[in-house]
Design a protein around this ligand. Structure first.
Ligand SMILES: O=S(=O)(O)CCCN1CCN(CCO[C@@H]2O[C@H](CO)[C@@H](O)[C@H](O)[C@H]2O)CC1
Length: 488
């Protein structure tokens, strides 16, 4: 579509839903108030305080537990179709189990949901966004197969409590981070460094738990509640440094996100063949009497296959991949990355953002969407997170450029056949960015952590997003004017 100024303005499909996302531990605060019990991020930030930059914690965060009216007002200012947020398991079930339901916690989520629906903003709920009750972690957490029952029971209660009004459910946010970072590294709670073993136990149990909840919803709740349920996978694009590195890049893709996408979205199901082969071979060579990757039973393979109504995708950036003899000594002997045996990095030529790991590489988003379309028979795709950090205050030109360029290539992928139905900007506002604390800022709205009300102020990118949602078009030349008042 060419408008009168002669440059191209692109139109989004009318059915495409636009929203923003946050997560409970990153925004709520009130970490020990109104009956909420401790979760693994409370424990991590309180016992290893300076693992997080500036020794920050989520004790108060954006104080959304007390600020939901302002949060919904911001959603109205942006003109959102929906808002994706997560439930704090230990806030609603303080013992971790359904024997006690914390009324104050339930009230918070009911108030938020009802306030959103008053203005026709759809709630999209993530059941698990990394804040496992501490007690369950002490019972082994995701490494314990009984997590399947614990997560199913928790999910059942949530469907009962909120499913009359909530029609979009995400079971688990980013299994890769939960397992590969949480159980085999120091970068996510519980920061158990039992690498080469625990992350694979986590991956298997998490997929079975997810599938059990999918089928529970499908059989027991969808008939009366009529919603959709699926999983959210994080996926970077992995580009071979040279043609000769394509096999290495493909192997990294299969480990990094294929390990969860293949069991759910492929015809055959199960972990990707290359993952099973490589870990089995490595395990044998290392003297293990069985592979460090646990096996699914054939029933589990069938249970997990097709267990998502859509492909929930969190995408941020791209890495270049290579394999040469320098790789062999790069990783400690029994570990996830030693199993894969590739090197990866970001080109210094790519534009930077406010996060060191997140360079702006829009063509990688296009390639990823195309790969998902081709590998998994063009599933419906919900972009459940996309965005970048910036260190520019209210004039966040980097974030404006990021959103324009990523939405532009998303339109290219849609025009080439990708069935993208939902787009979610991460994030509505600055929040606790895990180990980066409040140093990395991802918000369309800035949060003032010096003010007790945690004042939220719209950045230039908020005005861009508002204009895109108002017109349902993308104009690469549109320059948002942040001096204008933000109105509803
Ligand atoms: O490459 S390095 O090893 O030097 C640094 C590790 C890169 N991690 C990869 C996982 N990513 C999680 C994405 O995390 C997602 O995206 C948001 C922004 O991060 C989070 O706030 C959300 O909670 C989460 O869903 C955070 C950065």
């Amino acid at each position: 579509k060419i408008d009168n100024s002669g440059h191209e303005v692109r139109r989004f499909p009318d059915s495409l839903l636009f929203g923003t996302a946050t997560a409970s531990y990153q925004v709520e605060g009130a970490w020990n108030e109104d009956g909420k019990s401790e979760n693994i991020w409370d424990r991590l930030t309180h016992t290893q305080p300076c693992l997080v930059k500036n020794c920050d914690t989520g004790d108060i965060a954006d104080n959304s537990y007390y600020n939901y009216r302002r949060d919904v007002e911001m959603m109205r200012e942006l003109g959102l179709d929906f808002y994706r947020f997560s439930l704090s398991w230990s806030r609603v079930l303080p013992t971790s189990f359904p024997d006690q339901i914390n009324e104050a916690g339930v009230n918070y989520y009911n108030n938020l949901i009802n306030e959103m629906l008053k203005y026709n903003i759809q709630p999209m709920i993530t059941l698990y966004h990394w804040d496992l009750p501490q007690k369950l972690q002490e019972l082994g957490g995701w490494a314990n197969p009984h997590i399947v029952d614990w997560f199913s029971d928790y999910s059942r209660v949530m469907f009962e409590l909120f499913g009359d009004r909530v029609k979009y459910w995400f079971t688990i946010n980013e299994p890769r981070e939960v397992c590969y970072q949480g159980y085999a590294g120091q970068s996510m709670a519980p920061a158990y460094n039992i690498s080469g073993m625990a992350e694979y136990l986590c991956a298997k149990n998490l997929l079975v738990a997810h599938a059990k909840v999918y089928h529970m919803y499908n059989e027991e709740y969808r008939p009366t509640q009529g919603g959709l349920v699926g999983i959210v996978l994080s996926a970077s694009w992995f580009e071979p440094e040279n043609e000769g590195d394509e096999e290495a890049a493909e192997e990294l893709r299969q480990f990094e996100w294929g390990s969860f996408a293949h069991p759910i979205f492929s015809e055959s199901g199960d972990f990707p063949p290359v993952m099973k082969e490589k870990i089995a071979a490595k395990s044998a060579a290392q003297g293990f009497l069985r592979s460090r990757l646990p096996e699914f039973t054939s029933e589990e393979i069938d249970l997990i296959k097709g267990s998502s109504d859509f492909f929930g995708l969190n995408h941020y950036t791209t890495n270049l991949v290579y394999r040469n003899d320098t790789v062999n000594g790069m990783y400690s002997s029994v570990s996830y990355y030693d199993d894969i045996e590739v090197g990866f990095y970001q080109s210094t030529e790519w534009p930077e953002t406010g996060a060191t790991w997140l360079k702006m590489v829009p063509w990688g988003f296009y390639k990823l969407l195309t790969k998902i379309r081709e590998d998994y028979n063009n599933p419906p795709v919900f972009i459940t997170e996309n965005g970048c950090a910036s260190r520019e205050g209210l004039d966040d030109d980097t974030r404006v450029t990021y959103y324009k360029s990523y939405l532009d290539v998303m339109l290219d992928a849609i025009e080439d056949g990708s069935d993208v139905r939902v787009y979610t900007a991460w994030s509505l506002m600055d929040n606790f960015e895990w180990l980066e604390g409040y140093y990395d800022r991802f918000g369309l709205y800035e949060v003032d952590y010096e003010s007790s009300e945690r004042t939220r102020t719209p950045r230039k990118s908020a005005f861009l997003y508002k204009e895109i949602l108002r017109t349902r078009t993308l104009d690469m030349h549109f320059e948002p004017d942040a001096t204008l008042p933000m109105t509803i």
